[in-house]
Design a protein around this ligand. Structure first.
Ligand code: CP
Length: 325
């Protein structure tokens, strides 16, 4: 068990080794049990986390803020639009200055080709841990919560479990590709056979696909890519269908929308769920475009674990903060 994570950043999913992720999950399960028993967990008394948001949030803000309070500390909610960033504060200055005020800096910055670079630049100049609350490339805390949820439902040994990470139709906007990218690099380390399904225009970053292949080879699992959602769903233990943008094909929102609208049949409904194993679980990080991306019958049905996923965000984040800050 690798327990010394003090001072570490978590920006990409593979920043922590498999053994370190196992420590995070072990601590998260313990924190969840303690919360159920009303046991206090003041591991970060008087410490303060800066939460810097360049993009909106329901779950991430709520779970980090509640998590810091449960640990005996405080979280400062800072929206980029109400800072001097647009007037010239650089990422280096944010790292230097906030690193002196706060005990940890958490950042959400999802702008395509900008967010991850910004978070890494802050980390370069920060003397305290920098935590990625979602960028254009990764959503590591969502992925940790997802692994925890899969383990709760399927047991801690996930060897040979078929997990389908699928694109889904949604007509709101070109959503970030960070959730599927985090999943395909992290899940093979826990023994899952990952099937990635998407229409041809929705490929992930080639370096991420290469990392997923490398992890699958290293951990002896299968990583399969298909462009057929129904084929992908067959005999799945877990389905994780969500929308993301055609960002590797076009960065133009109008062209992206035109491409997205060709695939309205990529909806998760009861008919598609019947292709999966009887005890298959349905996952989604939320927010979902209801009855467009997934039917109410599925997301509100017995196979859906979306609220457990949302809850587990808080437990894994508390675990990482307690271990790193
Ligand atoms: N899943 C997730 O990150 O939710 P929010 O965008 O509401 O934070």
């Amino acid at each position: 068990m690798k327990t010394y994570l003090h001072g570490r950043d978590l920006i990409g999913d593979l920043d922590f080794s498999k053994e370190e992720v196992e420590t995070v999950l072990d601590v998260a399960f313990d924190l969840k049990r303690k919360r159920a028993l009303n046991e206090l967990t003041p591991y970060l008394r008087d410490k303060v986390l800066a939460m810097l948001f360049f993009f909106s949030s329901t779950r991430t803000r709520g779970s980090f803020e509640a998590g810091m309070a449960h640990l005996g500390g405080h979280a400062a909610f800072i929206e980029s639009t109400t800072t001097q960033i647009s007037h010239g504060d650089t990422a280096a200055e944010i790292g230097e200055i906030y690193g002196r005020y706060f005990d940890g800096i958490a950042i959400r910055h999802c702008d395509w080709k900008v967010g991850n670079g910004y978070i890494n630049e802050v980390a370069k100049y920060s003397r305290v841990p920098v935590l990625n609350m979602q960028c254009d490339i990764y959503h590591p805390f969502q992925c940790l919560a997802d692994v925890m949820t899969i383990m709760e439902k399927k047991g801690k040994n996930l060897n040979k479990r078929k997990v389908v990470v699928s694109w889904a139709y949604a007509n709101s906007y070109q959503k970030p590709i960070s959730v599927p990218q985090s999943l395909v690099v992290q899940l093979p380390r826990f023994g899952c056979d990952v099937t990635l399904a998407y229409p041809p225009e929705f490929k992930l970053m080639p370096e991420i696909t290469a990392m997923a292949e490398e992890q699958a080879k290293k951990f002896g699992t299968n990583f399969t890519v298909t462009h057929d959602m129904e084929e992908a769903f067959k005999d799945a233990d877990v389905v994780y269908p969500k929308s993301w943008g055609a960002l590797l094909t076009t960065e133009d929102p109008a062209e992206g929308k035109r491409i997205i609208d060709q695939y309205k049949d990529w909806i998760t409904d009861e008919k598609k769920m019947k292709l999966t194993k009887e005890d298959c679980i349905y996952m989604h990080p939320l927010p979902a475009d209801r009855n467009i991306e997934v039917t109410d019958a599925v997301i509100q049905g017995p196979q859906s674990v979306v609220y457990d996923q949302a809850e587990n965000r808080m437990h894994v984040q508390e675990a990482v903060m307690a271990l790193t800050m």
